[in-house]
Design a protein around this ligand. Structure first.
Ligand code: FEO
Length: 167
């Protein structure tokens, strides 16, 4: 069983993961609208990853005999000023999610629930990877001033990204 406090906190995190999916789909739609097909694909795959993150928690709550309560999702931002601006906002969002996962881990530690702590380790590691990938992309975009042939080259590279569910 989960304590009420942990169940509520995990339900909040499920909402944030689904919102992340929605937000990345909105970024993907914006990138499609400016003909950045590879970046659009990158965020489409990112959205699928967020769906996976949410469903992994959804299933875990049920495995622990708890109750999932879904809440409404906010409206995602639809307009951005550039490709670089999209990735910078995505990184800022991931840092917020990292803090949220850390806060959730703090609750699991306080409630002394080892199974939740073990489960959350995967998310702790995943956040390191997500922030690193986006930081590298930002660094590359800055090297090419976020435009021109360099931008088209990176866009071409990102077309091949595919969703592969991690264990
Ligand atoms: Fe589910 Fe991007 O963190």
């Amino acid at each position: 069983m989960l304590t009420k406090k942990l169940q509520d906190a995990i339900n909040e995190q499920i909402n944030k993961e689904f919102f992340s999916e929605y937000m990345y789909l909105s970024m993907s739609a914006y990138l499609e609208s400016i003909e950045m097909e590879g970046f659009a694909n990158y965020f489409n795959v990112q959205a699928q990853e967020e769906h996976f993150h949410a469903m992994k928690m959804f299933n875990f709550v049920h495995d622990k005999g708890g109750r999932v309560i879904l809440k409404s999702l906010g409206e995602p931002k639809t307009e951005f000023s550039s490709v670089l601006n999209v990735i910078e906002e995505a990184l800022e969002h991931e840092r917020y999610i990292t803090k949220s996962i850390n806060d959730l881990m703090d609750i699991a530690i306080k409630e002394n629930d080892h199974s939740v702590k073990s489960f959350l380790e995967w998310y702790v590691d995943e956040q390191v990877e997500e922030e690193a990938t986006m930081s590298r992309l930002i660094a590359k975009l800055k090297m090419i001033n976020g435009e021109g042939l360099g931008l088209l080259t990176i866009d071409n590279e990102l077309i091949t990204r595919k969703f592969t569910p991690a264990e």
